[in-house]
Design a binder for this molecule. Structure first.
Ligand code: CA
Length: 235
């Protein structure tokens, strides 16, 4: 399998700093295995940036499957807080995929960043948000549209850095030539509907799609940091 990806990250138009982190942070391609992830940090002062950076660097370097990478990142953040109590309360989301030479994508996910698949023109959200509002949707108490403006849409129920007993969502997706995958922080999907995301994601190249998403989120206000990884499965 050959994979080609492009990345883009932007502070947005409201926040003063970018608490998102991503890997890789440059565009590229490979014939082998591709490891890609986004993390959206939270916490006061600089803590959010610290948490997302530790998460990405640790998950990148750990040897193991995607779930082990996320758990290792969680432990690294907890250790950092134990050594630096001023960072207490910091945490991060993480959405990670390892695309193998065997043509299978192994995903691991915690929080409200997202993975999407655009296949044959149809956009599908692969991850479930770990937020209060998303749990209401799953329980049938809210529609997806109502959840987009619900006051608890940003209230995260799971994140790295909060507990050693972290529950990580893990799943596999068979990769098909022509698939386009998106990993993004919620600065994309809090500003754009799935239909708008699908429109921008359908741009010719991963690079064009990545920056089209950033520009579209900023065009409607850019209320949050915006981070995207767009990955094409070529053959
Ligand atoms: Ca965010």
């Amino acid at each position: 399998m050959r994979y080609q990806w492009a990345c883009a990250t932007h502070t947005g138009l409201v926040r003063s700093n970018n608490e998102d982190a991503l890997y890789p942070d440059t565009s590229g391609s490979t014939e082998g295995t591709a490891l890609l992830m986004v993390a959206d940090g939270m916490g006061g002062h600089i803590a959010g940036e610290v948490a997302s950076r530790i998460a990405v660097e640790t998950a990148r370097d750990i040897v193991g499957n995607p779930g082990r990478r996320v758990l290792g990142a969680n432990n690294a953040i907890l250790l950092e807080v134990a050594q630096h109590p001023d960072l207490a309360g910091m945490g991060t989301t993480m959405t990670l995929v390892e695309m193998g030479e065997d043509g299978v994508g192994q995903f691991a996910h915690v929080g409200d960043s997202r993975a999407y698949l655009l296949r044959d023109g149809i956009l599908r959200q692969l991850t479930e948000d770990h937020t209060v509002a998303a749990e209401y949707v799953a329980a049938g108490r809210l529609s997806p549209e109502e959840a987009m403006t619900h006051p608890q849409r940003n209230m995260i129920t799971r994140a790295l850095g909060l507990t050693q007993n972290l529950l990580v969502d893990e799943f596999e997706e068979p990769l098909m030539p022509g698939d386009r995958y998106l990993l993004c922080s919620d600065g994309v999907n809090s500003m754009l509907t799935d239909e708008e995301i699908a429109d921008q994601l359908a741009a010719d190249t991963p690079e064009e799609a990545a920056w089209a998403l950033v520009e579209a989120a900023n065009a409607v206000g850019g209320h949050d940091n915006i981070t995207v990884l767009v990955i094409d499965v070529e053959s």
